[in-house]
Design a protein. Structure first.
Ligand code: MLT
Length: 402
């Protein structure tokens, strides 16, 4: 009989957010009248902005006309979008990233998981703990529970920032602003990682999906703000959270032309070339209409609407922070990120806190331990619900006898 990929048997029973959705569904079924407020999965609640909707309508109409209909597009993404991205997200900020270094995709979840396809199985991979579960699960799917995975433990003692590994590591996943802890990395801190990677000839997989939520101008929004990062880092960006594309699906990955890896016998190979080869073989590109919608995010109106959307969620983040501080709870994040990471009161473990918050306040969050064992005793709340629901959730928590 054929065999399966046994690495899958080493994964947790289900993906974290699927487990939570199941638990919440069970609770709702048992308590049909409960008005449940979801501050769990980081899914947006504001509708797409007018500039995006207008671009969608226009491009849908184009698809219905023989002269402007589009079939397969370029696998790397249409040039109109890659130029808009390179110009606005990088060149305007003095960062030298060209349109041909950008690969448009359907989500950072896919790209941060798929990137392993072009990396050798012998690499030692470092992953922070706690972590966005996709990096760990997809690494496990690929290489299994070998001795090739290093967990970089983050705790309140180090402000939930990882230490540079003191042993050989080939690849490290970094996500800043961080999911789940909402913490950010200063320029000095990020510079240390870039210097380390250049020295060690290691690769940084930098997930910047939440960069739009940074308001502190001193915090880097791209790893390429650091000199030399184009020789040691791949960056992932998403339209999901800043422009509300979670249901539309669009993201991009930057693989600089100068970035090289080596074969087992030391021959240098361009990662850009390999990712292009991988994408053109396994991916037929993001839908034309979605790319037109993403392009609209870069118009002056689209940029203004994006800033308003981000501002709305960050106002929610501030409300959550203020409410929890008033309650006397210890918390991190929520200042340059849409996630608030709190220490469960009374030394409760993460799942007990989840169950009690759901049962007693009808509020859903995400147990910190779901992001790794270092997250035990912590809990994540998102700022992505509506203002009204966020106010209500915080009022319930404030009144809660805890
Ligand atoms: C989260 O809640 O961590 C995010 O929504 C997950 C994601 O972006 O895939």
């Amino acid at each position: 009989m054929f065999q399966i990929n046994e690495n899958y048997l080493q994964l947790g029973e289900s993906y974290l957010f699927s487990t939570i959705a199941r638990k919440v569904d069970q609770f709702s079924a048992a308590h049909p009248g409960a008005d449940i407020i979801r501050l769990g999965i980081g899914d947006v609640t504001l509708p797409l902005s007018p500039a995006v909707i207008e671009a969608l309508h226009r491009s849908v109409d184009e698809m219905g006309v023989k002269e402007s209909f589009r079939g397969y597009g370029p696998e790397q993404g249409y040039l109109f979008l890659r130029e808009a991205i390179a110009g606005t997200d990088f060149q305007k900020r003095g960062i030298d990233i060209a349109p041909d270094e950008i690969f448009v995709s359907d989500g950072s979840k896919s790209d941060t998981g798929n990137i392993g396809d072009i990396l050798g199985e012998g690499n030692v991979v470092a992953i922070t703990d706690p972590v966005y579960p996709v990096y760990l699960d997809t690494t496990l799917m690929r290489i299994g529970k070998t001795n090739k995975i290093r967990l970089l433990r983050c705790s309140d003692e180090n402000g939930f920032l990882p230490e540079i590994p003191d042993e050989r590591v080939d690849i490290v996943y970094l996500c800043y602003p961080n999911n789940p802890t909402g913490t950010v990395m200063t320029r000095e801190e990020l510079k240390k990682w870039v210097m380390w990677a250049l020295e060690q000839k290691s690769l940084i997989l930098f997930d910047a999906a939440y960069e739009a939520f940074i308001s502190d101008e001193t915090i880097p929004r791209s790893i390429y703000e650091i000199d030399g990062a184009n020789r040691c880092a791949i960056e992932f960006r998403s339209f999901s959270k800043n422009a509300g594309f979670t249901g539309l699906r669009c993201s991009y990955t930057v693989v600089p032309q100068e970035l090289k890896g080596t074969t087992a016998n030391g021959k240098e190979v361009s990662l850009h070339h390999l990712w292009n080869r991988r994408q053109s073989t396994k991916f037929n590109g993001t839908a034309y209409i979605v790319q037109r919608a993403a392009e609209a995010v870069y118009s002056p109106q689209g940029q203004q609407e994006m800033r308003e959307m981000v501002g709305y969620y960050m106002h929610n983040a501030q409300l959550i922070r203020d409410g929890l501080i008033e309650k006397g709870w210890t918390l991190f994040g929520g200042e340059n990120a849409p996630y608030i990471w709190l220490k469960c009161p009374g030394d409760m473990d993460s799942w007990t806190f989840f169950d009690r918050l759901l049962a007693e306040c009808h509020v859903v969050g995400t147990p910190g331990v779901g992001f790794g064992s270092a997250g035990e005793g912590y809990f994540r709340l998102t700022a992505f619900n509506s203002y009204e629901k966020t106010v209500e959730a915080i009022e319930r928590i404030k009144k809660w006898e805890y």
